[in-house]
Structure formats: structure tokens, C-alpha cells
Ligand binder design. Structure first.
Ligand SMILES: [Zn+2]
Length: 383
């Protein structure tokens, strides 16, 4: 991985030096033995009743030392897989690895017949394999997941990380703005069904649906939805995003509120192949309260991810489908991974899944998603 050492050196200044591992591992082992359900958190516990206080670490202070993974003996020791469809998504994830095992030892290779390409490394105390997809879509994702399982047989969690089209308002009316991150409560294949004369009918029986995550994932999501943990997740995510922004090649800067425009759902883009500015899209805009800030801090939204084989590019269809269920985003890969692994989807909002979508926010959204992934893995307990 070109540049891996650069990232390692930079992140090492935050206390991730390998030399500290032994002592930290000993401390952690003692803590883990005490309880499995109360893993270390970035923020101290709140004593006050009512709304939790702001407990964000000072950005100027280095992060406290956190436990690190040790080099795995073989592919069987990897428990976390990260799946990315696009190179720009994988770039952001790769930049947040604390260590790249590929750089300093014999490679872990892969099982005979597995066509996938992998990067291996450590994020916090987890050994992580990053699976690169040959292209977008459910079929590619499903093939990658199946082959990944043959090479890395003990994966306990797959995280699908990248970009998505956002639903502008959640079921509860909460705004989702570009750069926010959506985390899956579950995945819905919204385009799986029958085209009948009276319209499209989604197959929605128990056997057709992808189902909910397993109990371990559901329990962790329930915890992270709580006020204190959600704030801690967001704060940690902001720290990681900050470090990604120091890498010029990632181009992960916030594009600016002026470029976050939500047109009314029925207003169609003027001309395909041109940007809104070039073809003079000037329809009515929906006002967004969070965009009064210069660069709103990315928020995390939990809900259903709608996964399909086609790109969603219609505001009207987006809203119709989102209304049926508690859907927060549209993407094209997670339905393919869901059947192979216990799975969580973490995606940054790069457009509003309407006809005005453009690529201008992809790199920033990929960075916020990767930052959220790393913050999420802080809470995942190794098996
Ligand atoms: Zn437009």
C-alpha cells in the first residue's frame, strides 16, 4: 500500500506505537475479563441525570493510548472484513488503518481460486481485511463476500463502507445533510419484486427479505443510539475525519454549504451529463436548518438502508420508497454482502438520490463514512 507508512507515522503520534502494546494489552485483558458488555469508551461515564453533558475530547490533546492488535498468525485470525466498492472509498478506509500488515511481513495471500484483492492491517485492537471490489453493485458485492469467506473463515463482522444517496429527512423529520453518515438497522432490497400492470410490487415476505442483524449487532446499535454513546461516536468520528483531511491526496475537504442544495422532489434536473450550475437548475430549494453553520459537523443516523441494482436518481421515487419504511439511504452493495456475513453498513451521504446528483461530494462523504467506521469499531468487542 503506497503511503501506508506515512499514515502510520502520523497516527503513531496519537499514541498508537507498537511498543506500547504489551502493557496496554495486559491492562485490557484484565478489563475484558471483568466484563464483556462494558468495553472502553472514549468518554467517561455521565453522573448527571437528564440530558448527557458534552464530553468531547480536546482536539489539541493526543488521544489516550488504545489497545492495539497483534500480528495475526494467519488468515484465520482476522475477524473484521471491510468491503468497499470504489477505490476512493477504500482509500479513505486504508488511510485510517493504524498499521498495514502487508508492509512489514510475509503477505497473508488468499485461498486458491479466490479472485479478490485484499489489504490487511489493524484498526485499534482489530485485525482487519479490506476487500476491494472490481466494480459496484450487488452481484459484485455478493461474489466478493463469498470469496472473502473462503480466504478468511473466521470473519465475525463485515462492514460495508462508502458513499450513498441520502433521504433528506428521516421518518422522524430529522435532517440528513451531505456528509452525514447513515448506519444500517437493516437492509431492504427495494427493487426486488414483480412488475405488474398496476405497478411494481415489492416482495416483502419473510423468506424474501434480508432480515435484521444478529443479536450482537442489534445490541451494540441499541447502545450506540443512546445519547452519550451517540455523542461519543460523533466526536471520535470528527477526530478521525480531521486526520483524513490532512492527507491532500484524499481531497476530503468539506465542499461548502453553498454546494449542498436540496431541490424539491418534483423538480427535475435540466440536462443529463451537465452539472446543475452548467445547465442552470434553478428550481425551488428546500431550506435546511443545519446548513446555517459554515461546515456542519457530520451527524450519524440509524435506519434502514435501501439496496438496489439500479442507481436511485428520482426525488419522487426516493420519497415514496422512503415513506414506506424507515429508510435513510440508497446504495447498491449491501444486499450482496448481507447473506454471507453478519453485516453493518456505514455510508456517507454524497447526494440526495435525485436527478441532480453529482460526484462533487463523493470524497468528503467517503471520508466521513470511513471515520465513522473506525469510531464504530472502537465499540466492537473481539471474540
Ligand atoms: Zn440539477
Amino acid at each position: 500500500m503506497a503511503g501506508g507508512h506515512v499514515y502510520l507515522d502520523r497516527l503513531s503520534t496519537h499514541g498508537h506505537m507498537v511498543g506500547l502494546c504489551k502493557a496496554i494489552d495486559d491492562c485490557l485483558a484484565a478489563e475484558r475479563g471483568r466484563t464483556q458488555r462494558d468495553e472502553p469508551d472514549p468518554a467517561p461515564p455521565s453522573q448527571a441525570p437528564g440530558p448527557a453533558p458534552q464530553q468531547r475530547p480536546e482536539p489539541s490533546q493526543p488521544s489516550p493510548p488504545r489497545p492495539q492488535a497483534t500480528r495475526p498468525n494467519g488468515r484465520q485470525d482476522f475477524e473484521i472484513a471491510v468491503v468497499c466498492a470504489l477505490t476512493l472509498e477504500a482509500d479513505a478506509v486504508d488511510a485510517l488503518f493504524d498499521h498495514h500488515w502487508d508492509d512489514d511481513g510475509p503477505p497473508y495471500d488468499k485461498a486458491p481460486g479466490d479472485p479478490n484483492a485484499y489489504s490487511t492491517g489493524a484498526i485499534g485492537r482489530h485485525n482487519v481485511v479490506l476487500a476491494h471490489m472490481p466494480g459496484m453493485g450487488k452481484a459484485n458485492a455478493a461474489a466478493v463476500a463469498v470469496n472473502c469467506r473462503s480466504s478468511f473463515p473466521n470473519i465475525k463482522l463485515a462492514v460495508v463502507v462508502g458513499i450513498c444517496g441520502a433521504v433528506p429527512f428521516t421518518h422522524d423529520g430529522v435532517e440528513i445533510v451531505l456528509g452525514d453518515v447513515v448506519v444500517s438497522d437493516g437492509v431492504v432490497q427495494y427493487d426486488f419484486g414483480r412488475s405488474l400492470p398496476e405497478g411494481f410490487v415489492q416482495k416483502d415476505t419473510l423468506l424474501d427479505s434480508l432480515g435484521r442483524p444478529n443479536t450482537e449487532i442489534r445490541a451494540l446499535l441499541a447502545k450506540l443510539k443512546g445519547i452519550r454513546h451517540r455523542q461519543a461516536l460523533r466526536s471520535r468520528m470528527a477526530d478521525y475525519l480531521k486526520s483524513l483531511r490532512t492527507e491532500p491526496e484524499l481531497a476530503a475537504a468539506y465542499p461548502g454549504t453553498a454546494h449542498d442544495r436540496l431541490f424539491e422532489a418534483a423538480y427535475r434536473h435540466v440536462r443529463d451529463g451537465m452539472s446543475c450550475d452548467e445547465c442552470n437548475c434553478n428550481g425551488p430549494l428546500v431550506s435546511r436548518n443545519r446548513l446555517v453553520e459554515d461546515a456542519p459537523k457530520p451527524a450519524v443516523h440509524f435506519g434502514l438502508i435501501a439496496s438496489g441494482d439500479t442507481v436511485m436518481k428520482s426525488g419522487v421515487d426516493r420519497d415514496r420508497i422512503a415513506r414506506q419504511k424507515d429508510i435513510v439511504g440508497f446504495e447498491m452493495e449491501s444486499a450482496g454482502v448481507w447473506d454471507s456475513f453478519p453485516c453493518i453498513v456505514i455510508k456517507g451521504a454524497c447526494d440526495y438520490a435525485d436527478s441532480h446528483k453529482s460526484k462533487g461530494w463523493q470524497r468528503y462523504a467517503a471520508a466521513t463514512a470511513a471515520a465513522c467506521m473506525k469510531a464504530f469499531l472502537n465499540h466492537w468487542v473481539p471474540h
